[in-house]
Design a protein around this ligand. Sequence first.
Ligand SMILES: [Zn+2]
Length: 146
Amino acid sequence: MGLSPDDIEFERIRDHVGHNVVAVTYGSPPVAAAIECATCNEVLYNVDRPSMQTLRPMGMWQYLLVVAGVVEKQIVASEDLKDAIAELAIRETAKALQVRMAELPSDHADAWQYLVEAAHARGDVSVSLKKIAVLQLGERTPPAAE
Ligand SMILES: [Zn+2]
């Protein structure tokens, strides 16, 4: 008759009755914690600290200027900077295509459309301005020490 996992757990603890059982942590700051029997120098139970890293999804604007298949310029901006990045995208694209700003329609959307078509006509330049989803790696704030 074999021992069930519960039997093993029971035996594992009973073997240390009357011993010096202690709780310890490893690392500074701690990355793992364990219940150990100091008498037998045996780890009875241990657990890793949950990861302190977080991945936060965010929407970003991305401007990409590709010349002859190579990324010449890439600009990203937070969602609230839509107007600013649109203006920058127009300026950078006009420069790359050697189009004078004065030739462009004054409306942002029209100017951008004009430049996209001009880039397309040239063939070796491609530009895009779009919203992308990125995951930002951060550190979870540990609970404040008492
Ligand atoms: Zn023990």
